[in-house]
Design a protein around this ligand. Sequence first.
Ligand code: C2E
Ligand code: MG
Ligand code: MG
Ligand code: MG
Length: 285
Amino acid sequence: QADLAMYRAKDAGRNCLYFFDPEMQQALSARAQMESELRIALQQEQLLLYYQPQVNAAGKLIGAEALVRWQHPQRGLVAPAEFIPVAEASGLILSLGSIVLRQACQQLSIWASMPSLSELSLSVNISVHQFKQPGFVDEILALVERFQLVPQRLKLELTESLLIDDMAFSIERMKYLKQKGVGFALDDFGTGYSSLAYIKQLPLDQLKIDRCFIDGLPDDANDAAITRIIISLAKELNLWVVAEGVETEAQWKFLQAIGCPGYQGYLFGRPVSAEEFMKSALNSK
Ligand code: C2E
Ligand code: MG
Ligand code: MG
Ligand code: MG
């Protein structure tokens, strides 16, 4: 437990107690510092996208997921788990999200212009606040227009928690974009407040089976049962499925055998810079 020091404020006119927890204080100031550094990072374009390959059941490259990284001047490459929560809490996620979307769409247009990469799709993670912004739909449509994208190649990854607290709004917004051709994936499927009622109502194109269910394959009987069920559910609902976090041949074989259509994981490639991604995509041809 944290060493909790308690002080009675002597010179505060009121008789109140102050709690001072050095660990909490440290955490708060680290967060404040990260927030101000992140503000600078957004201005100085220190954020960049990495791309992780997605393959089909035959092992053929079909697309990628864009994953943000922070090229910090002192700390090097920082992972999103460290700064996305700070960005969410501070509102900086809105400008971060816009930068990510712009970079992703630009990359997609570069691929579209290269004969051997022109069919690739690109998935982009969208945060709650971003999705609910009044200008979100226009932002997406303007990017599609500006970069002359085939909208079907752009997939927006959402998480369940995001959609549930205002289902009617979420459904309407998704339907509108979907009618313009943009696709939707439900990320980290199985970890949230998953309810089949939601899955049925949302105009989704794909489910991404969370890595925690792939981990235990093929030996863990629960993980095997869960992945089987998700895949057959998706088939019934006419949804594409991507298994996340596939790391071993054994997991890949098992998932192929139960009819999983899409794959992403270190076995097929780690997230890498745009240049590296292009290089290995062209070499794999
Ligand atoms: P996610 O969207 O579920 O992305 C998948 C994460 O799993 C990525 O972590 C990826 O590097 C990691 N991963 C992929 N294959 C494997 C594997 O085989 N084994 C293991 N152990 N891990 C694997 P990453 O890049 O650190 O991103 C973490 C999370 O940060 C993402 O989870 C997503 O929720 C969030 N994120 C990333 N980029 C963005 C972004 O541009 N915007 C927003 N709002 N969130 C983002
Ligand atoms: Mg994702
Ligand atoms: Mg995920
Ligand atoms: Mg497990």
